[in-house]
Design a protein around this ligand. Structure first.
Ligand code: SF4
Length: 356
């Protein structure tokens, strides 16, 4: 799909560039303690290997700064420090080299405290995200019909504050748990400003409700060229947020890379358990960077035919499985050997693509 992105300012977060025509960056947020930096760094490498571009950490007190500095030093992707209330924590995060902080100026307090944060971000060449959520608006705006208006009025005043201090390395987010509010507030904002937007439906629920709501709001925005980074907020594993973000961007035609999966839901005709097989190979698939379409089909009646454009496919045939390429049967193996043979063939295709 030929999708025209809305032109926004380029913002840099360490080596990562967002806005302008840069790829939409996928973010997540760390969900545990950081007392063991080595363990966190290992997890970040894993998340980066499946497509995570940026990871945010809550900074609750000054004790978090030392481990956070170590994590940033060894992380393959930039970190974002999420700060509420305490401007000293924001400045402390910038001083240890965190390339982006997220604040809500409304809860930082006096304006001179925000000014000090802006000055420090300039000194350290870091980015700031102003993030406001519908749920934390003043009481006068809490009703659903008032939240769009409320967020836009408040964000106008914050942007004015940053503009007057000539701070350009700025990102904005306006999130809500209602996807319609999210859509509307970001659509109106994007018409008025060229500041990069971080998109997300906040507190979106467990996997299925979250993906449904996020796709509704973010899908419509991204199709209109709006959005420079995103997070699919899930009450569940952090890894799922990255996978969901990537799948959304692939479905929208924004990402060329990675596996496209065709798999049938299986029915009474199935001679092969597609659910189990997908579960067994999903970790391997998430790491693939090459643009490859695979098919996992339950029966040979419909399988190879319906997935004839897949680079690689598998389906049940009696007590065995057949592996096919572009609709043509390539080999026939026992069900026990299905995973090994399928992944072997997938790796061969990846090698061919890498060599070309
Ligand atoms: S491919 Fe075969 S098993 Fe899968 S849903 Fe279709 S008919 Fe059923």
């Amino acid at each position: 799909m030929d999708m025209k992105r809305k032109k926004t300012r380029e913002v840099h977060i360490g080596a990562l560039k967002i806005g302008n025509n840069n790829r939409i960056a996928i973010q997540t947020m760390w969900d545990r303690a950081i007392s063991n930096p080595q363990e966190v760094i290992r997890s970040i490498y894993d998340l980066a290997s499946i497509g995570c571009d940026l990871i945010r950490f809550s900074v609750e007190n000054a004790d978090a700064l030392t481990p956070l500095g170590i994590i940033q030093e060894h992380s393959p992707i930039p970190l974002v420090a999420d700060i509420h209330f305490d401007h000293k924590l924001a400045i402390g995060s910038l001083e240890i080299g965190i390339p982006k902080i997220r604040i809500n100026p409304g809860n930082i307090g006096a304006i001179w405290k925000v000014e000090e944060i802006i000055k420090s971000a300039k000194d350290h060449d870091s980015a700031i995200r102003i993030g406001i959520n519908g749920g934390s608006l003043p009481v006068a705006y809490r009703k659903i019909d008032d939240r769009v208006k409320g967020m836009l009025e408040i964000i106008d005043s914050y942007i004015d504050m940053f503009d007057k201090r000539d701070f350009m390395n700025l990102v904005v987010s306006m999130k809500d748990s209602d996807p319609h509010v999210c859509y509307e507030v970001n659509r109106i904002f994007a018409d008025k400003y060229d500041i990069p937007l971080h998109l997300g439906v906040t507190e979106a629920g467990p996997l299925i409700p979250s993906i449904t709501k996020s796709t509704l709001a973010l899908g419509k925005l991204i199709e209109q060229g709006i959005g420079d980074t995103l997070r699919i907020s899930i009450t569940g594993p952090v890894r799922d947020e990255i996978v969901a973000g990537k799948e959304l961007l692939k479905a929208l035609g924004c990402y060329d890379d990675g596996i496209r999966t065709i798999s049938c839901p299986k029915c009474g005709r199935a001679g092969f358990n597609t659910h189990k097989f997908i579960e067994e190979i999903k970790d391997e698939l998430e790491k693939v960077k090459e643009n490859i379409t695979i098919a996992v089909m339950g029966c040979a009646v419909n399988g190879p035919g319906e997935a004839s454009h897949a680079d690689l496919g598998i389906t049940g045939l009696g007590n065995e499985v057949v592996i096919f390429k572009q609709g043509k049967i390539f080999s026939r193996v026992s069900k026990e050997d299905a995973k090994k043979n399928f992944l072997q063939e997938l790796n061969r295709i990846i090698d061919e693509k890498t060599d070309n």
